[in-house]
Design a protein around this ligand. Sequence first.
Ligand SMILES: *Cc1c(COP(=O)(O)O)cnc(C)c1O
Length: 360
Amino acid sequence: MRVYNFSAGPSMLPLKVLERVQKGLIDHDGTGMSVMEMSHRSKPYEKINDRTEALLRELMNVPDNYDILFVQGGATNQFSAVPLNIGTVNRKADYVVTGNFAKIAHKEGSVHLDAAVAASSEDKNFTYIPDLSPSSFRPDADYVHICYNNTIFGTRYQAAPDTAGIPLVADMSSMILSQSVDVSKFAVIYAGAQKNIGPAGVTVVIVRHDLTERADPKCPVMLRYDNQVKSKSLFNTPPCFATYVIMEVLNYLKETGGITEMQKINERKSAKLYDYIDSSNYYVNSVQKQFRSLMNVPFVSPSKELDALFVAQAAEAGLVSLKGHRLVGGMRASIYNAMPEEGVDALISFMDKFKKEHKL
Ligand SMILES: *Cc1c(COP(=O)(O)O)cnc(C)c1O
């Protein structure tokens, strides 16, 4: 039996995709083997690699002057790849610290260059996105780094900040493909796959081509964007099977109306949940309303004891992985693209039942 899995990542995949993958598991497309057993230099795999890139380019409307890379090491590896590839002109970069991952990105940036905190929302436990304008940034910074959706704290940017031409780098791990994004506003977009794109093991990097040509000579070869561009992300053995599953996720996203349609569903799903929380007189989400994430919804009940009971009883009811991150406590419902609307409805019904059974 399938459960509704609210994990922040790795997270749910669409059932249709799992069924398709299962169907091709033993014999992919008449090759007599699974994608797991296939040479990454073979024609059938080349086809998967090319198709995955083409689908992502089409779905996200990625302009021709951007490269799309499929690399390893997770979003975390990009915390090092970004300074080593593009922070090489003035060796200065500005970071906006809006949560835990943004903080780690900044810390890793400071290993390689002069990494300043341009703004932070730590004063209010990351419950908002700071006001930003071109004057927030040093004009000679090589890039500005932001985390577009903060997975742990449940905030997101409403729009890309204006950096007055400084290349803007965004960690989109927990919101990529969930809403329309104007790629041309960004210099680099990166995202670990395991939240909205597919299985763990692949990281998507979308980089403006001119920025791939200034890597630090000491940048490890696997991190070099120019190297990955030249080899079409096939410099060494890639996680073929994970990329293949991504291809099927993208095929399915395209068949079901693409990102525009997905965004409507995500807006509906999250609005339902926030509306219920706000009107419940019982559950609380402390994020400032205009910054609430479409994807990660943290909330608390009236006490820590009730939170623990909630998580345990929800799991028994087939609503799993609702425990909040240790930095926030309480609960967190991650409602990525693959979480069906019925899953959110089931959660709200459970929340209401729990509230009635545990009145104050
Ligand atoms: C999950 C996550 C990461 C870490 O991703 P890995 O692929 O595990 O390295 C980084 N940034 C954000 C915003 C995330 O949600």
